[in-house]
Write a protein that binds this ligand. Structure first.
Ligand code: F3S
Length: 426
């Protein structure tokens, strides 16, 4: 791999052992991928605070420097981790102390995470603790190379923002933060960002639910490739785009999509395909729409709902406002819990705006930092849950062994109020 003088100096120890280990990891990783060189990044989103048994064991024996070295740098040496070289943030992790009396999350994991968080903060890692760093001020610019983890965040960054990232991992982001470098391959190269499939909606796509169903379908069709989405599309909101991307990255491994006229690298259908011919479209019909809805609901059997989950990916302020309006003056069913996930920074605004009070008055909970899938936690005794997120409906039944219902945000709030699932596809 071609290294710059600066890369070589880092690898040879100019900036200390941890940076040398980070550069060694990036060179091994890049060579494994066939990358010819590294590129510079100034925005890294990864994880070093999520509590795991392996991390606990290493930290107990060798401290947090050792845990970062082994898990984030693939290095067994005794090294000191310095401050990050470039702006780096922590994505979602487990629940924190303020969720202890609300969720049945293990208090020991909360303590472990708090220790890891103190270590990471000290190294300059911003603890955003969300899968949507772009909602809370961590917004790269179009064309910028970045190193992000979290599939729903990566597809949003590539597609909606026009920044360039592959789906990185714990180790590559751990090394990127310390060096400001990442292998230049995959989505970093312009020629790999053009569309591969044309998917045409023959039914109107103009609601949060429909953007999720459309993404769930298109992910099935394109798998790891790059859909260009056209047809009867309304103008999506930011929440719609989050839901679309998360659904595309659930049934497929989609890391970039194009919406001609909306997303930055697709001023037109032709531009979205670059030098390639525009292929014949795959139609998304009314029957496909129903099929996706039924697929997401075939994990539900019992209409009594114990738990409703909203905010996957983490909810925006607009979504919180909508949920608060639906809950205003209502009270949750006594046997049903409602958790809404949002970034901690937006929770502060929701508190100030009165959304939190309305949600709490109704009996719901506004939670931060994590989600049931990340923390593998739901209210005790949950057998049946409902959600407006295609991603969460897809994964949570397998993770927690529970039934799932999928529908609109209003259907879900109604289920929380009545304790009964009545959602239907209109
Ligand atoms: Fe975020 Fe959890 Fe969904 S991390 S994207 S809320 S599965």
């Amino acid at each position: 791999m071609l290294l710059t003088d600066d890369d070589r100096a880092m690898r040879d120890g100019r900036d200390g052992d941890a940076v040398a280990a980070a550069m060694d990891l990036l060179v091994r990783y890049g060579e494994g991928l066939g990358a010819e060189r590294l590129c510079s990044v100034r925005n890294v989103a990864g994880t070093s605070t999520q509590p795991t048994p392996a991390k606990e064991k290493i930290a107990a024996e060798g401290g947090w420097n050792k845990a970062y070295a082994v898990i984030n740098l693939d290095c067994d040496d005794e090294i000191e981790i310095p401050k990050m070289r470039v702006p780096t943030c922590q994505l979602q992790h487990g629940f924190s102390a303020d969720a202890l009396n609300i969720t049945p999350y293990n208090p020991h994991l909360v303590e472990l995470q708090a220790d890891a968080e103190a270590f990471a903060s000290d190294r300059g890692i911003n603890i955003l603790a969300t899968c949507t760093p772009y909602q809370v001020g961590n917004l790269p610019v179009r064309g910028e190379h970045i190193a992000w983890m979290e599939s729903s965040a990566v597809v949003y960054a590539n597609s909606v923002i026009g920044a360039k990232s592959n789906c990185e991992g714990t180790a590559s982001t751990g090394a990127a933060g310390l060096t400001g470098r990442i292998p230049y391959w995959g989505n970093h190269l312009d020629e790999n960002r053009h569309g591969s499939h044309l998917i045409r909606a023959d039914v109107p796509i103009d609601s949060f639910l429909d953007w999720g169903l459309f993404g769930y379908f298109a992910g099935h069709v394109v798998q790891e490739e790059r859909p260009v989405l056209t047809g009867e599309l309304g103008l999506p909101s930011q929440a719609d785009l989050k839901h679309l991307g998360a659904a595309l990255a659930t049934t497929g491994g989609v890391e970039i999509f194009h919406l001609p006229g909306v997303t930055p690298e697709a001023p037109s259908v032709e531009a979205a395909f670059g030098p390639h011919e525009v292929p014949e479209p795959v139609a998304f019909t009314a029957s496909d729409r129903r099929q996706m809805y039924e697929l997401l609901n075939n994990q539900g059997d019992t209409e009594d709902v114990d738990f409703v989950l909203l905010g996957c990916p983490h909810a925006s302020l607009d979504q919180l406002g909508e949920i608060a309006a639906l809950l205003d003056g209502r009270t949750l069913h006594p046997g049903t819990e409602l958790w809404i996930m949002t970034p901690r920074a937006l929770r502060a605004v929701a508190d100030r705006n009165g959304y939190t009070e309305v949600i709490h008055r109704a009996g719901g909970r506004l939670l931060t930092d994590s989600c049931p899938a990340m923390s593998r936690t739901a209210p005790k005794g949950t057998r049946v849950f409902a959600t407006d997120s295609a991603k969460q409906a897809h994964y949570l039944p397998a993770i927690l062994g529970i039934e799932a219902w999928f529908g609109t945000t209003a259907d879900c709030v109604q289920a929380a109020i009545t304790g009964t699932w009545k959602g239907e596809l209109s």
